[in-house]
Design a protein around this ligand. Structure first.
Ligand SMILES: NC(=O)c1ccc[n+]([C@@H]2O[C@H](COP(=O)([O-])OP(=O)(O)OC[C@H]3O[C@@H](n4cnc5c(N)ncnc54)[C@H](OP(=O)(O)O)[C@@H]3O)[C@@H](O)[C@H]2O)c1
Length: 337
């Protein structure tokens, strides 16, 4: 397995991480036994970075990981956990809480659910607009000092917030959407992270399946599936986005690769400080994703990819208007408040 450094001063991790969200939540029904088999297959293939959130299935994802990791050496895997999203019993998202007291409370429950003494990377899923980032990071830093957390990360934070947080305690990585369809970080956030030595764990690299080559116009998503509310998956936007995928398919075929592999290889090609988190929840998908690692893209390949999917060609925002407004990372671009 190829490894990369998680941030300039952070640990080395597999060049692709496994995102576990879809095993418990947000993408419709999933199969628990297959999810566990997928985690095992990832570990056996040398994947060392697993990403979860305490709110993915309201604790289900952490308990699933505990089961999957049982009997495996704890120090051979890095567990990245997001907290702060609040949910109601019906699964709806009802707020963000990243107050210092909440940090400690969330972490206590996470440690118990995961059955571990420490979390490798702990991060607020969203910046809490009511709490200075210095206070949230300061509280996690106390947990680092106490031995419950190894590294601090951020998620969907803008450049200025990353800078402020990093001044309180080194930030190892920023988790943020980055793909051929979502290139917003290139202007400001990525250069700031590079200046500070903060790594990027990129999510949505397959644009939640839209950019995988497996999505079709006929595929429907249930009401609990994030994609049923995503602007990029609806109406004319979907037609336009699938046309981009078709253009990319032609490039993939000429390389003897799949669309998903080209989309992942493109993100990998953007810099050694970027680690794609891939949301595979079946072994077959995982194996396809890992097939991106040996692909090398020449300057000519990259130019053809950019012609197939120009930087601003995607139709639709990456979240609905309500969720866009919660993204600190989008504020400076004038998309949200
Ligand atoms: N910080 C944040 O705000 C945030 C937000 C979202 C996600 N995340 C993290 O990032 C991880 C990855 O995000 P994501 O799941 O949205 O991104 P993704 O990897 O872009 O999308 C995963 C989806 O793509 C489909 N897919 C098709 N071919 C695939 C292949 N070869 N390998 C993997 N998936 C394939 C899967 O479909 P099927 O399973 O239906 O086949 C799955 O629904 C999540 O699991 C989560 O840990 C973080």
């Amino acid at each position: 397995m190829i490894t990369r450094s998680l941030g300039a001063a952070g640990p080395r991790v597999s060049a692709i991480g496994l995102g576990c969200m879809g095993m418990s939540d947000l993408y419709g029904p999933s199969d628990e036994a297959e999810s566990i088999a997928t985690v095992h297959a990832a570990l056996d293939a040398g994947v060392t970075l697993l990403d979860t959130g305490d709110f993915y299935g309201m604790g289900h994802n952490e308990m699933l990981l505990r089961q999957a990791l049982s009997g495996r050496p704890r120090d051979k895997v890095l567990i990245s956990v997001k907290f702060a999203a609040q949910r109601a019993p019906d699964g709806s998202f009802v707020g963000i809480d990243a107050r210092p007291v909440a940090v400690k409370n969330f972490l206590a429950y996470t440690l118990r659910r995961l059955g571990t003494d420490y979390v490798d990377v702990y991060r607020p899923a969203r910046v809490d607009p009511a709490v200075p980032i210095e206070d949230t990071v300061g509280a996690i830093a106390e947990m680092v000092k106490a031995g419950y957390v190894r590294h601090i990360g951020l998620s969907e934070a803008g450049a200025e917030t990353v800078r402020r947080a990093h001044a309180v305690h080194p930030i190892v990585d920023l988790q943020i959407e980055y793909s051929l369809f979502s290139r917003g970080i290139e202007a400001d956030i990525l250069p700031t992270c590079r200046e500070l030595g903060v790594g990027i764990t990129a999510y949505g690299v397959l644009s939640r399946g839209l950019l995988s080559g497996h999505w079709t116009k006929e595929r429907t998503s249930g009401p609990r599936d994030f994609r049923s509310r995503s602007p990029r998956f609806s109406g004319d936007n979907l037609d336009r986005n699938l046309a981009l995928v078709d253009a990319l398919r032609a490039v993939a075929e000429s390389k003897g690769a799949t669309v998903a592999q080209i989309a992942i290889a493109w993100v990998l090609s953007r810099g050694a400080d970027i680690i794609p988190l891939i949301g595979a929840r079946r072994r077959e998908r995982l194996s396809e994703a890992l097939g991106a690692l040996p692909l090398s893209l020449s300057a000519d390949d990259l130019a053809r990819i950019e012609r197939a999917v120009p930087a601003d060609a995607v139709a639709g925002d990456r979240y609905d208007a309500h969720q866009m407004a919660l993204l600190d990372s989008e504020k400076r671009r004038g998309v949200a408040g």
